[in-house]
Design a protein around this ligand. Structure first.
Ligand SMILES: Nc1ncnc2c1ncn2[C@@H]1O[C@H](COP(=O)(O)OP(=O)(O)OP(=O)(O)O)[C@@H](O)[C@H]1O
Ligand SMILES: [Mg+2]
Length: 1026
């Protein structure tokens, strides 16, 4: 959907456009759903977990590039039918690019900015792929077309941020000048007189960027790309010079902004790239606030290089367009929503664009004027004949200085251009040479996480033997860099039109996902991973190539292949949860992709740790969130990274976001150390800035569920519960009790057992949680210098409570007793007790780590020091059933049984009281009042107690049924299971299931029999009396 021709001249608000791309392969394979919809300038996004929850935004332009297109014979993506809603590259250019160009030609600065998550289509829109040229090349093409159609002489210079000779260790410096504002020092300007030249220049830029990215020893490929086109128009007749800068910015993936800052990480500031995105966000927010009339004291342009350079584009002298790109898929919902929010803020920014006069011209003009004045003064001095030697000398010096400066300004420019042109020509020759080689030899080409950089580096395997590795001192060596690459890593051989690779011992070589240690012959389109994560695609002899599409072998493909070789693939994840493999749950998919994304990063982090001798190991873990859910229902999973110190066995758990942030920081540290070289200053990083280090914190080892139902019936419960770790391991056994008690803490007797928990409503309820002992602590067994604590939280208590720490003991006695009180039992509390468990969390302590302390703030206590648990009003607390799962339906069935029993009970009571009346009238006053009362009190409790006993038996057996259910849930095939293994697993599972249903059946039958017996007995008794 697109709306023609935005009015660039109307007010100088930042124009914002959004574009949604087609599904990529990964999303299609996963059966993703599209959560984006567009109508005219509105775009809506739907929450996949809660489809009623949808948000709508309005922008200047919206582009539907998700569906309704086909590929024509030239490889162009075009609308399927004429006038279709699909927005192709041309229409995006007509709307956005043309406006930018017109503005530049009028002498305004113009900026085009692409923002969006990695892989959302920023580069596709800005640069384009293959024949589908993006905004930048088309803009250049049109620019030269307009230049040629004009008579006045105009000159176009492209500023190349990446010119090789300019790269110093710290990159280019940004300086500030009163006239120019912020500018990049030592920036190379390249003259171009055709769009083809600009395009070649860009290609060269990408090469330099790729080389930089792949030569980074750490594999971070992410950076911003900034192209500045300077346009200078000299209108000789009018004696006017107009100059404008066109900034074309393809930002790094927006998720980097979120990887730091928002999460609680000690090292919040993140890397330069992350910081620049965060700062850009802050600048945009501040400017948007300003536009809304809020008072803004400070706009933090100076906080990052990017925002310094973009100062004029944002709130300054420029006409600016931002294109926000979105993935349509449900799994990207969070990121897409955050992109839309970002864009929403950006559209409020107001700029103040003016037509530019060339600063060089002005400078020359000013200097000339000053010279004229100096000359006048000089001649006046001469006329006056005064002996003012000193003054004359000073004036002459100034004069010469100014003249030199004028000349320098005029010649420097030409000189720069000449030098740059020469430099560029030699590089261009390399590109041409490479194209020839591709038609002659097999080669390997780099595959990068950023698709724009893939296929840029090509290493040719000509006939004979070729070493590949870090070493570049032999003419028969292919030099590569990367984490875990050895001096001599492997040997390629090209003999008799066959190419093979032989890993050098100790080096890591993976071919098509499988690790190899011996010589292996390569086939066209084989995937190579060298070292930790340096990825190449093998392109065979020209005769083996048959015009197939190589683009499917992207970075994702490599990583999925690796994951699959580790036995981790999407089907396994889904079947494990009983989902149909075709429509997996989006949250499970998200976990799967996180895993694939983090896997190579973990490998790299391990390699960096090894090389920098940090002594820590990283490992991916999938955490089961059911662990912390008080209903035990939650099927969600999350990814975490376990960090272990090899020597001290200390353990840390990092969240995904923290790990990603740290990984970027590690790369920076690594890069500095490697660039610093051997002899250089290798002072160890102070701990507080070391991304590999963290203070020790208590570790959540696992949880146990203690079901609270018995409390609702005031039945005491004694239980041994199993503490289960995130991956289903048994961490410990906990001996616990739930003891209904009096306000003073005295245990209640059998007579206090309730048959109908609703009797509790509005009444006071007291019970104690007793933690007797913890047995078989795996955590302490592994290392004796460790300790544990147990944390728990009841109903709506604001914070968890913790037991004191217990150190060095595998079976520590806890003897911990806490009393809870509900002053007025509400329906909510009652439902909570009947369907929830108390989650007992086991926390691991390590020598030197802090201990967990119960925070008593906000807790209310009774006079007897019991903790009050029912403070939040009923309406605020929801106990909505999760529903859906088998477990909850079986629980519901049990509840129904219970309800029936209650009805039976009520009926019995009624019958009882009628009987009693009959009895009374039969005795007709024979007994005195006292006697009657005695009988009444002895009759009821005896029957009710029998009932209660039956119920107690029932709850005890239900506890073991529940245990069985938990076991069933955790029962999973082993990761290495083969077909036989799976068969065994299925058998076992069937057995467990059978056992479970028998136990359940047994429970209910016993209860029914018991109740029937009680009823029978009651009738018999009444029979005797009547
Ligand atoms: N509108 C579109 N039509 C067709 N394919 C698209 C479109 N937008 C993006 N793609 C495809 O999606 C993939 C990722 O796009 P692209 O490289 O532009 O992402 P990016 O936002 O630049 O990501 P990064 O932050 O990694 O640089 C590419 O293979 C590209 O061809
Ligand atoms: Mg890109």
């Amino acid at each position: 959907m697109r709306v023609r021709g935005i009015e660039m001249a109307s007010k100088d608000c930042v124009k914002v456009a959004v574009r949604v791309r087609p599904f990529n392969k990964r999303e299609r394979d996963a059966g993703s759903r599209c959560v984006i919809s567009m109508t005219s300038n509105n775009i809506s996004i739907q929450d996949p977990r809660n489809p009623q929850n949808s948000r709508t935004f309005t922008f200047n332009c919206t582009y539907w590039s998700h569906s309704g297109f086909s590929r024509n014979k030239d490889g162009l993506f075009v609308p399927e039918e004429a006038g279709g809603r699909y927005a192709d590259q041309t229409s995006v250019f007509l709307d956005l690019g043309q406006g930018i160009l017109d503005n530049a030609l009028q002498g305004y600065n113009a900026t085009l900015l692409a923002y969006g998550q990695t892989g959302s289509g920023k580069s596709y829109s800005m640069v384009g792929y293959g024949p589908n040229k993006g905004l930048i090349p088309t803009l250049c093409e049109r620019l030269f077309q307009s230049i040629r159609s004009m008579q006045d002489s105009r000159q176009c210079q492209v500023v190349d941020l990446l010119s090789k000779s300019n790269r110093s260790a710290g990159g280019l410096r940004v300086r500030e000048d009163q006239q120019r504002g912020f500018y990049v020092e030592g920036l190379r300007r390249v003259p171009c007189d055709s769009a083809v030249q600009v395009e070649q220049l860009m290609e060269q830029g990408t090469r330099t960027r790729t080389t930089a990215a792949t030569h980074m020893n750490a594999n971070s490929s992410r950076s911003h790309m900034l192209i500045i086109v300077q346009l200078k128009q000299i209108f000789s007749k009018e004696c006017i010079t107009k100059q404008s800068n066109i900034f074309l910015v393809d930002l790094a993936g927006s998720e980097r902004q979120r990887s730091s800052g928002s999460e609680a990480d000690r090292l919040k500031e993140g890397t330069a790239i992350n910081l620049s995105l965060t700062t850009l966000g802050n600048v945009i927010s501040a400017l948007a606030d300003m536009a809304l009339g809020k008072k803004v004291v400070h706009i933090p342009y100076r906080d990052s290089v990017l925002t310094k350079l973009l100062q004029s584009a944002l709130g300054g002298n420029s006409r600016t367009v931002m294109i926000a790109t979105l993935s349509p898929a449900d799994i990207c919902y969070e990121e897409s929503l955050s992109t839309l929010r970002y864009a929403e803020r950006a559209k409020r920014i107001q700029n103040k664009a003016v037509v530019n006069e060339s600063p060089t011209e002005r400078l020359v003009k000013e200097l000339k004027a000053e010279n004229a004045k100096l000359l006048v003064r000089l001649s006046r001095l001469g006329q006056e004949g005064r002996k003012a030697d000193d003054e004359t000398k000073e004036l002459r010096r100034l004069l010469t200085h100014n003249e030199l400066q004028i000349r320098a300004i005029q010649t420097l420019w030409e000189q720069h251009l000449q030098e740059a042109l020469k430099d560029w020509e030699t590089q261009y020759a390399t590109i041409t040479q490479e194209r020839r080689m591709m038609q002659m030899h097999p080669y390997i080409m780099n595959i990068n996480e950023d698709a724009q950089l893939s296929g840029v580096v090509k290493l040719f395997i000509q006939e004979g033997e070729w070493d590949i590795g870090l070493a570049d001192n032999s003419p028969r060596a292919l030099s590569i860099r990367g984490l875990g690459i050895q001096e001599k890593h492997a040997v390629f051989s090209n003999q008799q039109r066959r190419v093979s690779i032989t890993p050098v011992s100790g080096s890591k070589v993976i071919v098509n996902g499988v690790s190899v240690s011996k010589r292996i012959e390569l086939q066209h389109l084989d995937r190579l991973v060298l070292g930790s994560n340096t990825t190449y695609l093998f392109i065979g002899f020209p005769s083996d190539r048959s015009g197939e599409d190589w683009s499917r072998y992207d970075y994702d493909y490599f990583q999925s292949e690796l994951a699959e070789a580790e036995g981790f693939h999407i089907q396994s994840l889904c079947e494990d949860q009983g989902h149909r493999p075709h429509h997996p749950d989006p949250s499970l998919l998200a976990v799967f992709y996180d895993y694939i994304k983090l896997m190579p990063m973990v490998t790299e982090a391990n390699q960096m740790s090894k090389e920098l001798k940090k002594g820590v190991e990283f490992k991916l873990e999938i955490k089961n969130l059911a662990m912390s859910d008080s209903k035990g229902h939650d099927l969600e999973k999350d990814i975490a990274v376990r960090v272990t110190s090899v020597e001290s066995k200390q353990v840390w758990m990092w969240s995904k976001a923290k790990f990603v942030n740290r990984k970027f920081l590690m790369e920076e540290v690594y890069q500095q150390q490697v660039e610093g070289g051997e002899g250089a200053d290798r002072a160890p990083l102070p701990r507080d800035r070391d991304p590999f280090w963290d203070p020790l914190e208590p570790l959540h080892l696992g949880s146990a569920h203690l079901w609270l139902q018995s409390v609702a019936f005031r039945i005491p419960l004694e239980e041994q519960v199993e503490v289960v770790g995130p991956e289903g391991t048994e961490e410990a056994i906990l001996q616990t009790q739930l003891v209904p008690c009096s306000p003073m803490g005295l245990p209640l007797g059998e007579d206090d057992i309730l048959i109908d928990p609703s009797e509790l409503l509005g009444k006071r309820l007291d019970f104690q949680l007793v933690l007797d002992q913890c047995c078989g602590l795996r955590w302490v067994k592994e290392a004796r210098n460790r300790g544990v604590q147990i944390g728990f939280r009841v109903f709506d208590c604001p914070q968890p409570l913790y037991t004191p720490a217990m150190w060095h003991n595998v079976n520590p006695l806890l003897d911990h007793r806490v009393q809870f009180t509900a002053l007025k039992t509400s329906q909510e509390l009652l439902s909570y007790l009947q369907s929830n468990a108390l989650v007992l969390e086991l926390w691991g302590l390590q020598e030197g780590s802090s201990e967990l302390i119960s925070c008593m703030d906000g807790l209310k206590m009774t006079q007897e020091d019991s903790i009050i648990i029912d403070k939040i009003s009923a309406s605020e607390h929801s106990t909505a059933e999760n529903g859906g799962s088998d477990l909850s339906s079986s629980l519901r069935a049990l509840h129904q049984d219970l309800e029936q029993l209650r009805n039976v009970n009520a009926a019995l009571r009624k019958e009882n009281s009628t009987l009693r009346e009959q009895l009374n009238s039969a005795r007709n006053g024979v007994e005195n009042n006292r006697g009657r009362q005695e009988r009444r009190s002895s009759l009821r409790p005896s029957c009710d107690a029998e009932f209660a006993k039956a119920l107690k038996v029932f709850y005890h057996s239900m506890t073991s049924v529940r245990g069985q259910l938990q076991r069933l849930r955790r029962h999973k095939p082993s990761e290495e299971a083969d077909l036989l293994g799976f068969r065994l697993f299925v058998d076992e599972h069937t057995y467990l299931l059978k056992d479970f249903s028998e136990q359940l059946e047994q429970c209910v039958t016993t209860l029914k029999q018991d109740v029937a017996a009680v009823v029978r007995r009651k009738r018999e008794k009444s029979g005797i009396w009547s």
